[in-house]
Design a binder for this molecule. Structure first.
Ligand code: ATP
Length: 290
């Protein structure tokens, strides 16, 4: 039996706009996605000689084919034409679920990356991303990590190389939001006037966290605040505690504050955690370098 270890990192949408509806029923999006250090850890056992099994310390993580890891593994082994002779995946879940943090997608991405390394990189990065896109639209980004502009269903990726270090306090209110319902509401109410990624991307070019913070955007946020007013309150509290700006990620319900000071972010994290137990401190860089 072989044990592999992998980590899947949470994704934040620093910018998220919906461009229109596609003929296949999905939506074209334009987003700036950021991988951060809040992570799930996984142990992957190959050759267990037992039926496939997924389990987690959290009871609500799906344990069967509904787990994105299952589908990712099926596609991977199908693509390379191998049978692992039993697969067990243990997931230590830290990323809040149903939060817009791509928790399921990032686990699937971590599994794909780990399997590909173990099987001598038989699939190129491009092939791995194409396979990941079949599992979920955030999976290709989660495979690449870092910062990227993503377009269409999420499968077109343009990496942004200049990443100034920022600190994020991520808060998940108790309520979750269904991504499907958010898109349906947007279809009914219409997509607001165009916005674009230029300003936030310039913030990256200039290595300027304040400029990035000033140009956060999420088309779903006003709709989500109507449903879960707590989201608006969390945004205010993050700003009161020193965030340069705060915004919801994905279709919610998690909110993040962006900081240029680790110390201020730590203080804000401690304060908000008293009220919201699912509050986390993360960075796009390395805590040790702070
Ligand atoms: P996204 O940002 O991609 O919309 P999310 O962060 O809102 O995703 P997830 O944490 O991925 O949401 O969970 C959404 C649902 O996906 C869960 O309710 C769960 O049923 C399912 N799921 C499948 N695989 C996983 C996994 N490995 N971890 C967590 N949830 C998973």
């Amino acid at each position: 039996m072989t044990a592999l270890y992998a980590s899947g990192y949470a994704k934040l949408n620093l910018y998220l706009n919906v461009i229109g509806k596609r003929d296949d029923g999905y939506h074209n999006i334009e987003s700036v996605m950021q991988a951060v250090t809040l992570r799930d850890d996984m142990e992957i056992l190959l050759g267990t000689k037992e039926p496939w099994l997924i389990d987690s310390d959290r009871d609500d993580v799906p344990r069967n084919e509904d787990n994105l890891c299952w589908r990712a593994a099926e596609l991977f082994f199908g693509a390379i034409g191998e049978d692992p002779d039993g697969l067990t995946v243990h997931i230590l879940k830290r990323i809040p679920m149903g939060a817009g943090l791509a928790g399921g997608s990032t686990d699937a991405a971590a599994l794909l990356r780990a399997l590909d390394v173990y099987y001598d990189k038989r699939l190129s990065l491009d092939a791995l991303c194409q396979l990941g896109a079949k599992v979920g639209s955030d999976v290709p980004f989660c495979i690449l990590g870092g910062t990227a502009i993503t377009e269409e269903k999420g499968q077109l990726l343009f990496p942004i190389i200049h990443e100034p270090q920022a600190y994020y306090v991520i808060v998940k209110p108790e309520a979750s939001i269904s991504t499907k319902e958010m898109y349906e509401q947007l279809d009914r109410e219409g997509i607001p006037a165009a916005n674009d990624t230029k300003r936030i991307v310039n913030g990256f070019r200039n290595q300027n966290v304040a400029q990035i913070a000033k140009n956060l955007y999420n088309v779903f946020e006003p709709l989500a605040i109507q449903r879960v007013p707590e989201i608006g309150k969390i945004k205010q509290q993050l700003k009161q505690h020193g965030a340069l700006n705060a915004q919801m990620t994905g279709s919610g319900s998690a909110v993040f504050g962006i900081f240029d000071s680790l110390e201020t972010a730590m203080e804000a994290c401690d304060t908000l955690r008293e009220k919201y137990p699912e509050t986390f401190l993360a960075t796009n860089g390395d805590f040790d370098e702070a």
